[in-house]
Design a binder for this molecule. Sequence first.
Ligand code: 13P
Ligand code: SF4
Length: 326
Amino acid sequence: MPDTLAAPPSLQVFRHQSSSSLTKQQEEIIRLKEEKNAIILCHNYQIDPIQQVADYVGDSLGLARKAAETDAEIIIFCGVHFMAETAKILNPGKTVLLPDLDAGCSLSDSCPAEQLAAYKQKNPDLYIVAYVNCSAAVKALSDVICTSGNAVKIVEQVPQDREILFVPDQNLGQWVIGQTGRKMQLWPGSCYAHVLFTKESIERCRLEYPHAPVVAHPECIDSVREMADEVCSTEKMVSFCQNNPADTFIILTETGMMHRLTRELPEKSFVAGPTGNCACNDCRFMKMNTLPKLLDCLQSGAPEITMDSDLITQSKAPIRRMLDWS
Ligand code: 13P
Ligand code: SF4
């Protein structure tokens, strides 16, 4: 037995750094995407060098909207598989590339389509609201899709006489129940990265930064969400921090978000909320995309997202409903 307990890791604080010039690799990526009429859509959790070369950086809702309206011939999706798949569903005639096809999502994996199909068969009257973090096969079984940015708005529009099953994130689902007062059955899924934040780890952080508002993603567990001054999607984190007079914030989500925040709000500081074991919180799937893989993707036109046309048709209807309702 050790005679002293290990000290908790020191906190990671992100501040704006004056932007250095682009690397040769980044310049080549920008040149190639223009030459090939490609657009780079990038989630807020990507590494900073990828965010710097993207045409649009945002949350799942913003990315779905951009994917629906782009004129580019090629969409390079710097995010995870279900996001690129959503872009393909909205643009079946376009080439959609994902720098690393193995960039999955633990939350999406927590709801296998066969299990949902079996549950639906036994409970045919349920109205299924699926968080966008799920496979196309799960979307095809659902009535409407939502993101963390519009989940409350979407659930509020579900006909009152229908019982809702919310899949796959129980934490987002619980939060939506609290916001809307609407009863829902919750699928027992969760994001492996967001559930690592604990009440104790955030309390420790608050002792060091007592005046910093706590901003949490709704995928965090309820005891953590309860400590937050604001619970919101990654996009709304930017506007919340912009409109709040504080100069330092504790951010409870994936660390890629700090790059977006420091770039857009250079006068403010952001403390990456600590988890039980470490001072940062990277999503291992989001971090699979790298600059060399992005460059390779542009040069080779692969790896490409391909989908069966029936699956595209079935999964498009609930996504379209979401875009119409939000
Ligand atoms: P946002 O839609 O808030 O960007 O969240 C996506 C996600 O994967 C959170 O883990
Ligand atoms: Fe999925 Fe969680 Fe990674 Fe988001 S942070 S992509 S929910 S594993």
